[in-house]
Design a protein around this ligand. Sequence first.
Ligand SMILES: O=C(O)CCC(=O)C(=O)O
Length: 257
Amino acid sequence: MNDGILATDDQIGFFTKNGYLVLENLLSAQEVSLYADIYNKFLDGTIDTGKNRGDLGDGLGKTGKVESITQIMWPSDFMPELLQMTYHRKALAFCRELLGADLNIDFDMLINKAPGTNTPTPWHQDAAYWINMPDTRAVSCWLALDNAFVDNGCMWYVPGSHVKETRPHRYAGKEGGALVCECDESEGVAVEIKAGTCILHHGNTLHYSRGNSTQTNRRAFIVNLRPEKMIALEREKGHDHGRGGKAGDRKVRNEKY
Ligand SMILES: O=C(O)CCC(=O)C(=O)O
């Protein structure tokens, strides 16, 4: 996966069937180290993200100095050069091949599970957080900046769930916090990956991760893409994924149920 390299038929076939796809070694070890340094500046507040920073695990895990699940919306608003760097460029190029040349980046975010925070990300489909759109093509790129494995909160997916109905969602804990739907590990597969590898999932794919019970961070950098016309539709209706200090504005928006 890099600028101008085609997605293979096997990759497209796997994603179409399963609703997720692993892209090994998207970043080199050197690039991982560069991104990890940047990421740490967001985490330690050197880059102040104000109310774009929130706790996705609010009400789900322990309370303390560190968020149960740190979520920072729109890191590229605070560091615009990220948009021109390897990860965003490769994500855009590959996803256009996977789902269409009209795709663009909708938003980006950081989700970290700090050491010992032990807070699972509840089972959900991203589509539940979003307004219903006539074109449902959507893909999230989940780049690991640490090796991600079961005990520190690697991602789990339910293969094939992206082509089924979006399940009813509700708040998992506090109002404004993470959403959850009925699902459990027996339906899913855990996808352990190395730092520098990226997993793509469709906007309707059921996913989840266990809490981090280890002594090191589990840092993920996420870039979300969809057709430009759908991005324009969202903005027209006032939806911008927590931009401008609204990280805690999470709710069921697909409004089917
Ligand atoms: O990193 C996690 O634990 C959850 C990520 C997630 O839900 C997403 O990228 O849509």
